[in-house]
Ligand binder design. Structure first.
Ligand code: ASP
Length: 322
């Protein structure tokens, strides 16, 4: 005799599916933001949000949704990922990205890559087409070529504002989450988290890192557990902020642990880490998180965080400041 688990069927048909995105926690300070720029940022966020949401709406999975949303943000020069990535101390672009599937705990990450239009897709290929989780530098580039990724000319990634930011601090030891030094810039890592109709969750993060970072520096964004994490037992998380502190705070995994071991909700856990723990060690930034019920948390301790959230109950919001 076959038993049908009605509880499960009920939960699945009622599942709220949702997506949240971020475009970095270091926004233009309010005084520097013009109405035109604000519209441009919000439009770009909405396009990314909609592209991920439409995958979920059609019954697609969370991994596909986060990848597409991050790709849209990587393709926009407004954010520090893919096109528009910041400059390293030697005037190059070195990008990092990662993706994680909360259902299987499979993950893929790349670091120190150049010329790849959509680093998040390369991270996904590492997850799905290699036996490894994390490839960096020349090995990652070789893997990209074998898997038919084009290598773009540096001009593709060039952005005038990012170049000016770099010129202003080059030849110093400073590297910046721009807004902390000059009040007219940002740290615009991008990320997405999603919960699909089946209650599976995923997270993806992509970045150019920090302006004038030392050649070879790796931030939190590609590190599973620091800048990115997803686990169906708890939540999916993508972080943005001062990477060195997020690595030391093992931020994404800490949020998950607070839920798993202490029974906190996704909102409580995310707030605890961003409004307390990361500040205690001197870090600033924010994160986006979603649980398997589709609940979203978007905490940040900076002036703003480019962000958006959308769910099957009618929520649809993009915002910049607190
Ligand atoms: N977390 C990123 C890094 O340190 C920077 C950012 O969030 O913009 O590479």
């Amino acid at each position: 005799m076959q038993f049908v688990n009605f509880d499960r069927i009920y939960i699945h048909t009622m599942n709220t599916f949702s997506i949240a995105i971020h475009g970095g926690a270091g926004t233009l300070v309010k005084g520097m933001m013009t109405p035109e720029k604000e519209v441009a940022y919000k439009e770009a966020l909405q396009v990314a949000l909609d592209s991920g949401y439409s995958i979920l709406e059609k019954g697609g999975n969370a991994v596909d949704a986060v990848e597409i949303a991050v790709k849209v943000l990587e393709d926009s020069p407004l954010f520090n990922a893919g096109k528009g990535a910041v400059f390293t101390a030697i005037e190059t672009h070195e990008m990092d990205a990662s993706i994680m599937d909360g259902k299987t705990l499979e993950a893929g990450a790349v670091s120190l890559i150049t010329g790849i239009k959509n680093p998040v897709s390369l991270a996904r290929d590492v997850m799905e087409k290699s036996e490894h989780v994390f490839l960096a530098g020349e090995g990652a580039m070789q893997f990209a070529k074998v898997n038919n990724f084009n290598v773009e000319n540096p001009d593709y990634f060039y952005d005038e504002l990012r170049h000016q930011q770099w010129i202003s601090i080059k030849d110093t030891d400073k590297f910046q989450l721009d807004h902390t030094e000059k009040k007219d810039s940002k740290f615009g890592t991008v990320g997405a988290v999603a919960c699909d109709k089946n209650g599976n969750i995923a997270a993806a993060t992509s970045t150019g890192g920090m302006t004038n970072k030392r050649y070879g520096r790796v931030g939190d964004s590609p590190m599973i557990g620091a800048g990115n994490y997803a686990n169906n037992k708890t939540c999916a998380i993508s972080c943005t902020g001062s990477g060195e502190f997020f690595i030391r705070g093992v931020v994404a995994y800490d949020v998950s642990c607070l839920m798993e071991y202490k029974g906190l909700s996704v909102k409580e856990a995310a707030n605890e880490v961003i409004q307390k723990r990361i500040l205690e060690i001197g870090g600033d930034g924010g994160l986006i998180a979603v649980d398997t019920q589709g609940n979203i948390a978007l905490p940040f301790n900076t002036e703003g965080m480019y962000r958006g959230s959308k769910n099957s109950k009618g929520l649809n919001e993009v915002s910049i400041y607190g």
